[in-house]
Design a protein around this ligand. Sequence first.
Ligand code: AMP
Ligand code: MG
Length: 487
Amino acid sequence: MKALDELTFDNRFARLGDAFSAHVLPEPIDNPRLVVASPAAMALLDLDPAVADTQEFAELFSGHKLWADAEPRAMVYSGHQFGGYTPQLGDGRGLLLGEVYNNAGEHWDLHLKGAGQTPFSRMGDGRAVLRSSIREFLASEALHALNIPTSRAACVIGSDTPVWREKQERAAMVLRLAPSHIRFGHFEYFYYTKRPEQQKLLGEHVLALHFPECLEQPEPYLAMFREIVERNAELIAKWQAYGFCHGVMNTDNMSILGITFDFGPFAFLDDFDASFICNHSDDQGRYSFSNQVPVGQWNLSALAQALTPFISVEALRETLGLYLPLFQAHYLDLMRRRFGFTSAEDDDQQLLEQLLQLMQNSGVDYTLFFRHLGEQSPQQAIARLRDDFVDIKGFDAWGERYIARAARDGDADQAQRRARMHAVNPLYILRNYLAQRAIEAAQGGDYSEVRRLHAVLSKPFEEQPGMESYAERPPEWGKHLEISCSS
Ligand code: AMP
Ligand code: MG
């Protein structure tokens, strides 16, 4: 365990120089105080969780203090936003404080979100509000607990600094951790500004630090692109399997590491709804739940375009062609496990599609359905779940198929089946209304609810005595919360 002043920095991205990022100091927020911290994320930096309660911790992650070896930088990038190209974006309200390496030899970017204005702030104030900071914190740590690759969040620091959104709110900062903050949009920036030398430097940096195994391949860039395609196919399969809707899949929000990145108006599905749009500003539904799959491919082709100086168009095309089949394979594999199956049958895809259609028509809670499916034997579970469906006949027919399929799978031991299914079917997920309740308490100065919710979500598969209410379906008000990009 390390004390706060014992972190060791090695700022490799900063060393790329001023073409890649600008030196900017964080602008402090007033009266900083700890809202919530994640001991698991702090452990990535070898930090003792107890340091979160010190004044020094709040000062370091609110811009009041800085390590001597930190080198705060605002990164420049660009990206396709809602399908259109924006030539220059960048860290408009976040700073890469530096790269810390831990005792295990891993590097972690320390990124402070909400740290004030930078040369890339455009019209923005450089701030993040408490509401969006809590949402990013909870989502990062909840996705991680669900085994979904994601950036992490070590803490939220609140303040008295006023910030104007639709109304006056308070500024906060999140300390985000990731092995890299490089996005698809970094490659796009140097490609569209026609700076091949810098683009090559960026490419070499990414290969050497984040895809070293690709350097041993005959075509390292192609191997790297292939790896990025594979990771994205797997990531989006996990989002779809667990009902996670990102909300703003612009290419500047896509990590080259294939991790969930840049949380805005995200949501987990409550009732299953393939066409669900979590971002209130997304009028066309470009980033609706089911569109995430083709958008993943669209984003990868935007990256492919930016990689044409390194890789032939034919090779890029062929590699892009791997995305959909890989997505399908991962998705089906995950859903078979959620069904409790240990074997694969050709008709499983159809069985799944039929269920999703029935759930869609009846507005069935996506998470609880799967949890309850494993709670009892297939027969008992189906008998209990049928009441949730409007089309009972349709569901009964589906239930018979499921029971027969489960019998063919050959696992008669219900205790084993239950354990296997509960290990992949969470009881607790970050429902929007749960986040909202925690945010409202925190806005009133009470941080106990956000801390409790974080603790519950860090063990989503385990029944936690006394926490039953966190596993319930949302109340009516909680199903229709409007979450926009304004954060
Ligand atoms: P986002 O929607 O959070 O991914 O942000 C898109 C772009 O807008 C990024 O370049 C952000 O840095 C920038 N941005 C968002 N909010 C602000 C803000 N309040 N101040 C300055 N820049 C911002
Ligand atoms: Mg962003």
